[in-house]
Design a protein around this ligand. Structure first.
Ligand SMILES: Nc1ncnc2c1ncn2[C@@H]1O[C@H](COP(=O)(O)OP(=O)(O)OP(=O)(O)O)[C@@H](O)[C@H]1O
Ligand SMILES: [Mg+2]
Length: 305
């Protein structure tokens, strides 16, 4: 059967010893989407990604890339995919640019100097591209890895725990260039064990535990107004005062943030009332309580995983 998804997994299973470390996983990812694989340590994220990237075999199931069965046309599907699974191999004594040139020459398709320039710009490495990789920070190395993975214009990009070790600025920048890529129609799959990070980065998140798919949720349910209440958080200078003054709302103070259940369409008027009460608003964000509950339930109350 043909599939219109960029990536589709059908009943993918990996058996190691007598245990299914990935157990009957099925989901699909569309063009322009950032899809997250969220699960605690040992859930099977890396194993799943390694199977998709063709680094290890599957025990059962099928992987389709743009409708093509990966087992039947491995070379073609690999040319449509870019993956960063472990720390990408770089030649430390060469410059970033020399590394990219090297990978461009090894690629199956021809990659122009123009294209190399384009990816360097996209990952914002223009200033440092002629420095030796051994002098790069972790963040710069990670960008160079991304540049390498997208050189051949894949329609699917896969990153295993891409933000590991990055500082908040690095994580922010990573999200920024993910956005640029999805705007060009690329489908992205990322894994993480951190819920908050996935909520910021992804359109949809699949939760896996012990190799099994527990749930797939859309993260930005608030984007489309379902008319349902979502938890909205306001970062303000005087949360206690806000709670005291604006009794129309069911404000609660959680970790210093003002929080209340609201519809998307209510946010501007709440904001206006806060401002009129002389309360300074520094930020507004929404939470997806259902996703959080599901994830906390499987990680046993939110202990660090
Ligand atoms: N070669 C192997 N032989 C036996 N078991 C393995 C092997 N590789 C992985 N496993 C087991 O498979 C399970 C899934 O591992 P995997 O690395 O996919 O998890 P993960 O979700 O990526 O975890 P982490 O968040 O720690 O990266 C674990 O229980 C792990 O111990
Ligand atoms: Mg892993």
């Amino acid at each position: 059967m043909e599939s219109s998804s960029v990536l589709e997994l059908r009943n993918v299973t990996k058996k190691l010893g007598n245990k299914n470390v990935v157990d009957d996983l099925s989901f699909s990812i569309q063009s322009g989407e950032v899809f997250g694989l969220l699960g605690p340590n040992g859930a099977g994220k890396t194993t799943t990604i390694r199977m998709i990237a063709g680094l290890i075999s599957k025990s059962n199931g099928k992987v389709f890339i743009n409708g093509v069965d990966a087992d039947e046309n491995f070379k073609q599907v690999m040319s449509e995919m870019g993956a960063i699974v472990e720390n990408p191999e770089m030649y430390k004594f060469l410059t970033g640019y020399q590394n990219l040139l090297h990978f461009a020459r090894m690629a199956q398709v021809s990659i122009t100097k123009e294209r190399i320039k384009e990816v360097i710009k996209l990952v914002d490495l223009e200033k440092n591209i002629h420095r030796k990789v051994k002098t790069y920070s972790l963040g710069m190395r990670q960008r160079l890895g991304v540049a390498q993975a997208i050189l051949h214009k894949p329609s699917l990009l896969i990153f295993d725990e891409p933000t590991n070790g990055l500082d908040p600025q690095g994580i922010y920048e990573f999200r920024t260039y993910l956005k640029k890529l999805t705007e060009q129609g690329v489908a992205v799959m990322v894994s993480s064990h951190l819920l908050a990070e996935m909520q910021q980065m992804c359109d949809r998140v699949a939760i896996i535990q012990e190799g099994k798919l527990i749930d797939i949720s859309s993260v930005h349910e608030l984007r489309e107004d379902h008319g349902a209440d979502t938890l909205v958080q306001f970062e303000v200078d005087q949360p206690e005062l806000a709670k005291e003054k604006l009794t129309d709302f069911e404000f609660e103070i959680v970790d210093g943030y003002l929080q209340c259940p609201a519809k998307r369409s209510d946010i501007p008027s709440i904001n206006k009332k806060l401002v009129q009460a002389n309360i300074q608003v520094f930020g507004i964000s929404s939470k997806n309580p259902s996703l959080e509950e599901k994830f906390l339930a499987i990680t046993k109350g939110g202990e660090e995983v």
